[in-house]
Design a protein around this ligand. Sequence first.
Ligand SMILES: Nc1nc2c(ncn2[C@@H]2O[C@H](COP(=O)(O)OP(=O)(O)OP(=O)(O)O)[C@@H](O)[C@H]2O)c(=O)[nH]1
Length: 986
Amino acid sequence: MTRMRVHELAKELNMNNKDLIDRILKLGIQVKNHMSTLTESTVEKIRQQFTEDKTETVEEKRIGRAVIRRRKKTFEEEGPAVEAVPIEAAMAVPSVQEEIAPMVPAPPEATATPVAEVEPTQEEPGEEAPSPAPVHPVETPLEKVEKVEAVEEPVHVEVTPEPSIPPEELPREISSAPPTEEETPSPAEVKAISPEPEAQVPPSEVEEVKREASQEPLEAEVARKELEEQMPQEQLEVQAIPTPEPGEEPAAETVAGEVAAEEEESKAKKAKKRRRKKSRKDEPARIIKLPDIIPPEPEEEPELPHLAPRLQAKAVTEEKEVKEAPRKKRVKAVDEVVKEAPDRKRKGGQRKEVFVREDLYSKKELAAQADRGRPKDRERPSVEEAKAEPAVAKIGRKKIKIDEAITVANLAKQMGQKAGEVIKKLLLLGLPASINQALDFDTAALVASEFDFEVEKVGFEEEEVLQTQQDREEDLVPRPPVITVMGHVDHGKTSLLDAIRKTNVISGEAGGITQHIGAYDVKLENGHVVFLDTPGHEAFTAMRARGAKVTDIVILLVAADDGVMQQTIEAINHAKAAEVPIIVAINKIDKPNANVEKTKRQLAEQGLIPSEWGGDTTMVEISAKKQIGIDELLEMVLLQAELLELKANPNKPARGRVIESKLDKGRGPVATILIQEGTLKAGDIYVCGVNSGRVRNMFNDRGKRLMSAGPSMPVEVLGFSGVPNAGDQFIVLTDEKQAKLVAEHRSLKLREKELTRTSKVTLESLFDQIREGEIKELNVILKTDVHGSQEAISDSLLKLSTPEVKVNIIHNATGAITETDIMLAAASNAIVIGFNVRGDSKVLELAEQENVDVRYYDIIYQLLSDIRDAMVGMLEPVFQENVLGRAEVRQTFQVPKIGMIAGSYVLDGKVERGAKVRVLRDQVVVYDGKIGSLRRFKEDAKEVKAGFECGIGIENFNDIKVNDILEVYELKEVKPTLEGDSDKKS
Ligand SMILES: Nc1nc2c(ncn2[C@@H]2O[C@H](COP(=O)(O)OP(=O)(O)OP(=O)(O)O)[C@@H](O)[C@H]2O)c(=O)[nH]1
């Protein structure tokens, strides 16, 4: 066995002594200096080690500005002889060198003495050096260190950038990719940070590696950011190279290729994880639609504080309806709601009004709703069943107050319904009605119940308020007779009244008669006589038509020179119809051509037989002009009054009738009242027609202010709320409120009545109503641009009024035509006149809908002309009779199944089949009808002219007798004209 010294081996290995000594020491072989001897085995070991080390290539790669990574070292030359290593040292610090030491042949000669001291224990010359330590096949302590470091650098791993391009393409400086096979840190490299600083890696290198470890993330971060800026995210992610994940065991001991492959694989997996994580992190947050969260049903209904109770109720109900599907039991929903409500109340502890559907909908609507969800074959609940349903609180159920009558429009308004709905309900009830038609209480109640309204009758019995006690006989005292003078025109009515006033006014009365109030109180020696200065029998009848029977005695004035005339006869008939006694005054007896006897005969022909002729009619011959017979006439009047026993009770509140009325510019509404019973006092409260008031002032016919007035006294009364109508009853009441109530009640009734009358008609049908004899009125709503034209047009329109047609301006204002105007016109059957004003499209639409005639004008003349024409259209058509001919009945024939046929001879004119015929028997019309058949020689003829014989059959008349005259005539309609036309023309 050859021994070698250290310097010899150094020389052999081409190293300096110091380096060799260091390496030998690293191999665990103790040498002291270059002179130490090495045994042959030690030398061999060192040589082998150095040979292996020669093959390692130390690669330094700069992977950062301050980071250098060394990968492998390769010893090119043979290492120096390995010194003997003490066993203890070898055992204590196992190393790679130690592991491979057994394989290193011992140097031929061991030199170092101290080593020699050790050597005998370690190896014997000629013997193979024993393996100092068992070689761990998988893991070495150094590997453990590396693993620990890897674990302890999670940040490094975590932040390792994932370049989207292959690392080899990246600049080295920014490549943070895990090292390739060559770059993969070897255990030796990791050793640099091992806990043994005395190892081969100097402290400076260790620091460098540490810096590398700490700086790499920064570098990687920079690189990552640069790459992200350069490349799309997807590409970045796809090309990302996996980096090792902490906790995973790197296969360091395996063959480099396998290790690298495994590392690649594991890194790929880890990168994939990170990619997922990163992609989650970098991706914009996606909006994920979560499943609908059904909130738990609240224990109580939410409050709806801002809703009106009705709406709130509806909302609650509707919500409930939604919850209560299916709707098979919809009808029961009402009850369910009601039943559940108390529970909820308890839960919430809150008070709440619960409106059920029944409160909000009509029964029919509820039923209709119920039907929708009910099978058709299922029978509806009967009325009894419906009634049997548990009663629910009718909260909010409204009451409407109805008088004796109410119009459809008013009813709808009170119920908050559309008029059309009410009309529809009426139709369903079989009661067709228009919007302005008045309904009686029962009908109104029926319809209102359809809308779930209760109806209350608020109308009071007027009679109860106005009732008066029957007068006792002892309370009655004689009262003056009330006289009406009638007669033909110009027969002397005015003259007679003047004569009576002049001759019978108690002399000395100041002023005499200064004021014409339509009635005269004439004081006679034997009493009073009241004369009514009425325009004629028309006014008399009109008064009577209003129920005003005020006249006790009629003085029929007949001019002796003129005799009985047409109006005389009419007056007689009117007086007879009124059952008023007549005193005849034959006037103008002073005239030379006066023929009293003839006049009496004519009167007798009219049924007024003079008393001197045995009749019961008092006839007085007078001359109003000459004041002849006036006293006698008045005496006869008083005598007649006595016979009539005219009495009244003066000791009670007054009652009377309006004789005439007017609106005085200075004094307001003024009326002449004829007191019929009781005594009227100043300050009395009264109701008169639709007006009420208090007697502010009272005057007699001479203009004298009165404090009281008894029965039959005509007085002029001031203090009316409005102008009353002639014939209105005047009733004094003790309570002003009652007076007003009665007036309002009457006003309402009058309005309803008028609306009822006019509601059925359009402008066309209005004419038919006029023909039926109703009062003719043309209601006008006048809208003008300025007040001046309003007055002018209004006055002109009123002047168009005639006895036939009265113009009634129901509304008169300035400004545009509004929808309200249209509705008023629709309710009152009025036409709307716009003078220089218009209505907008809505107004016109409504007018068309309501069939209201709206007329626009800008010339007053044109306006008046049109209205005049409209009024003419409203006049009754005048039919002029045109006699076609006359035939005399010469023979009669009874024809079976046809009736009596008159064999006639046409005297004059012609007889036409189908024409009107009047049967005259002794100049008396016995029948008025129509010719049903006309034959000549057994053949039907259309007409037969004078001089020919023919057979005439009269429809529905068989009582034809020989010598009857058949007057054949026709009626031709003449265009109506207004009364004033003829006067103006003449
Ligand atoms: N000779 C004479 N003339 C009389 C007499 N009474 C009236 N007249 C005249 O008859 C005319 C008509 O008399 P009125 O008193 O106006 O007759 P009236 O009925 O009031 O006439 P109307 O108001 O038009 O209805 C007048 O010219 C009177 O002068 C009379 O007794 N003798």
